[in-house]
Design a protein. Structure first.
Length: 381
């Protein structure tokens, strides 16, 4: 059995739960048999290694531990995982990768080896790095990882010329979007989406894996922060996204150009309203992301229209694209597309998307890829 692959499966259950901590999975193996498993719980609760060791109990002595990320060696909200591993009497630790965060950065491995525990690094490292790509971006730059999602027809339309977009893709694709939302710290839209669709942007239990649903029991799922970029405070006070009956929290980001009476009306709703710096009369995207990072938001899922998506791409703050493509053609010269704006004047100036993965999701296709960075990253950090 591939025990590290099993640990990665467990780590996926922590996505959307463990943040701002990384999503980690751990497996304790003795005499060719799994005696304990675990994944990272919400902040302040057990890390994957500790959970797996507790489930293994006395069987952990002399066993081998497989973990998807180097165990922590510092005191945070919980004690160091390395201490628990040493006390449990683990003989060998396999870790998929070293934790690049400055407070670990090889320290966990050194602590284990100093205690006489053998270590092995590198099994399924690429998969482990991809699993926690949001955490690594956040640690390295102080900014959240930004994923832009859209659903379009085969001819590149996200709605008809009348604005009808229900539904571009099928139920399987929509279920995948629900999972993306459940695994994100925040969901971001522009005010245009609020005015057109009146969305709720909530997460339902169906967005989680069956095992995670079982663990939730009767508890409601964690809701990502709903963020609306609304420079002129045009969100209606009656919009569902600012309703007090909606679970979770909504944050409206406006500029100082927003009329005071509109801002006052929105502050009387269940939403939090903040005035942020502007760029060309609109909410400054980079400043908005910095503000979210200060609130420990490590991942943002953008479900916006073409105008805001174009702005984010032009600013160089987008990390990943998730494009769902439905096998249908709707046409229409004025029908909206996923990326609006002025666009590139020449094909050789098109923004490259690399490391593509293409997957069939029901009747639709999902194309995922990473957006190339500007030559000078100081332009966007």
């Amino acid at each position: 059995m591939d025990y590290m692959a099993r640990a990665l499966e467990l780590a996926e259950r922590a996505l959307g739960v463990s943040s701002p901590n990384p999503a980690v999975g751990a497996v304790v193996v003795k005499d060719g048999r799994i005696v304990g498993e675990g994944w990272t719980k919400p902040p302040g609760q057990g890390h994957a290694e500790v959970v797996a060791l507790e489930r293994a109990g006395a069987a952990a002595r002399g066993a081998t531990l497989y973990v998807t990320l180097e165990p922590c060696c510092h005191y945070g909200r919980t004690p160091p995982c390395t201490d628990a591993i040493i006390r449990a009497g683990i003989r060998v630790v396999h870790m998929a990768m070293i934790d690049p965060s400055p407070w670990v950065a090889g320290g966990g491995r050194r602590a284990l080896e100093a205690a006489g525990i053998a270590t092995v690094v590198g099994e399924h490292e690429a998969a482990a790095r991809r699993l926690n790509e949001s955490y690594f971006k956040y640690v390295a730059t102080g900014l959240p990882f930004v994923t832009v999602k859209w659903a379009m027809t085969l001819d590149g339309k996200i709605a008809s010329h009348t604005g009808d977009s229900r539904w571009v893709t099928g139920s399987r694709a929509r279920a995948r979007v629900a999972r993306l939302r459940a695994r994100s710290d925040a969901v971001l839209v522009g005010v245009g989406t609020v005015l057109l669709d009146d969305p709720q942007l909530t997460v339902r239990r169906e967005g989680f894996d069956p095992e995670a649903q079982e663990e939730l029991g009767e508890l409601p799922p964690r809701q990502p922060l709903r963020v609306v970029l609304d420079s002129q405070a045009r969100t209606p006070p009656t919009a569902r996204i600012v309703s007090p009956e909606l679970p979770g929290r909504t944050l409206l980001l406006v500029t100082d150009r927003a009329p005071a009476e509109r801002v006052a009306r929105l502050r009387a709703t269940a939403a939090e309203v903040l005035v942020v710096p502007e760029q060309d009369g609109r909410v400054h995207p980079r400043m908005a992301l910095r503000l979210l990072a200060e609130r420990s938001i490590t991942s943002v899922l953008v479900e916006a229209g073409g105008t805001l998506v174009a702005t984010l791409l032009e600013c160089g703050v987008v990390d990943k694209i998730c494009a769902f493509i439905a096998p249908k053609i709707i046409g229409g010269a004025t029908a909206p597309t996923p990326v609006e704006g002025i666009g590139c004047p020449a094909m050789h100036q098109a923004l490259p998307v690399h490391d593509l993965q293409i997957e069939r999701v029901g009747e639709d296709l999902l194309v995922e890829g990473y957006v190339a960075r500007p030559p000078d990253e100081s332009d966007w950090l």
